[in-house]
Design a protein around this ligand. Structure first.
Ligand code: CA
Length: 358
């Protein structure tokens, strides 16, 4: 009797163990396969590196449970259609710049950068501690999309011109590629303004579709070859802190388990920061060789009357564009108030340090 009970107990243990083991080996965890569309071409470093690094990071951190395929613009053929594709669900995520769809939703514009606005550390402080991130979600809520900072270019150069700009009159009539609010400012000063996808910038300048353009800074500009056609390279005023952006389809995000949501959010933040410092390094490297390798490039700063005219046009446009646009006004007021506060500290810290140590 004892032996029988012992055998029965053994059988029970074996059966339980088998059940547990088979549940472990057969209950494979769900794998989420996502697609991300970017505005950038497949080799456009460092912009394309942010989503590529994100994809690698989430796959490793999730042990293969979240896989994100990155499609560059040559694949989906819609460099400026990222918001629509994420909104419509053709893509789960996007990587682009918010001001590219100001024509569809004006409130998206100031979430990238504003002429004469905040510098990169100032703007990151606004996003993460000054209410910026909340305002960004407020803007994208109606598109059923979440939006996050996606990497910053730092202060951008003012662009490439075929001739020297000595007065506001020299600007009048030029056809220039310049996006965002800066494009509105230039239009007010008499330029014909357009936005062109990154992959078509050089040929547009070469064919004369445009006379001038701005892109980013030396790290990304010089290898594009703009200097061969337009050698006057101006310092910046218009994009002091261009933040790229990750977009996430809200419904798809809600379907992810909590741990994968956190992995994704962490990877978004880390890869955005990595892109910022990668671009800073690329520009520093490129700038260190500019006078020896490219002696024909003429580095210029816009004369004060031109900068004053830009500032005046900018101030007038801010009043004009915020009429009947309460959310746009709320964002711009929030940025202006934060800039006023944070700039006092920037002056005391970085500005005084640099002024005395250049
Ligand atoms: Ca730019």
């Amino acid at each position: 009797m004892k032996i029988l009970r012992w055998r029965l107990l053994n059988l029970l243990i074996i059966a339980t163990l088998t059940a547990v083991l088979s549940s472990v080996s057969f209950a494979k965890e769900k794998v989420y396969k996502w697609k991300l569309a970017t505005t950038w071409g497949p080799t456009l470093s460092p912009f394309i590196d942010a989503p590529k690094n994100l994809s690698k990071m989430v796959e490793e951190m999730s042990n293969g449970r979240l896989i994100i395929r990155v499609d560059a613009s040559n694949k989906h053929k819609s460099a400026f259609g990222i918001l629509d594709m994420v909104k419509g669900g053709q893509y789960d995520m996007g990587h682009s710049a918010s001001y590219y769809w100001k024509g569809k939703d004006i409130n998206t514009m100031p979430l990238t950068t504003m002429p004469f606005g905040m510098t990169t550390p100032e703007q990151y402080a606004w996003f993460y501690h000054g209410g910026g991130l909340e305002l960004m979600q407020k803007v994208y809520k109606k598109h059923k999309v979440l939006s996050f900072p996606g990497g910053n270019t730092g202060n951008q150069m003012g662009g490439w011109f075929k001739k020297e700009i000595n007065s506001v009159d020299d600007l009048k009539g030029l056809k220039m590629r310049i996006p965002g609010f800066a494009g509105e400012v230039m239009a007010k000063l008499g330029l014909t303004v357009t936005n062109i996808a990154p992959g078509e910038l050089y040929t547009s300048l070469e064919r004369g579709t445009i006379d001038a353009l701005e892109w980013v800074g030396p790290g990304m500009d010089i290898k594009m070859g703009f200097h061969k056609i337009a050698p006057y390279y101006y310092t910046g005023w218009h994009e002091p802190s261009t933040e790229l952006q990750y977009l996430v389809n809200q419904k798809k995000f809600n379907k992810l388990p909590k741990d994968l949501q956190q992995i994704l959010l962490t990877a978004i933040k880390v890869t955005a920061y990595d892109m910022y410092i990668q671009n800073y390094d690329m520009s520093a490297e490129s700038w260190s060789k500019i006078s020896t390798d490219y002696p024909d490039i003429k580095i210029k700063t816009f004369p004060k009357p031109v900068l004053d005219a830009m500032k005046k046009a900018n101030a007038e446009l801010l009043v004009e564009k915020t009429k009947d646009q309460p959310l746009l006004k709320e964002i711009l007021d929030s940025q202006a108030a934060y800039q006023k506060k944070v700039r006092e500290w920037t002056k005391m810290s970085d500005y005084l340090y640099l002024k005395d140590n250049l």
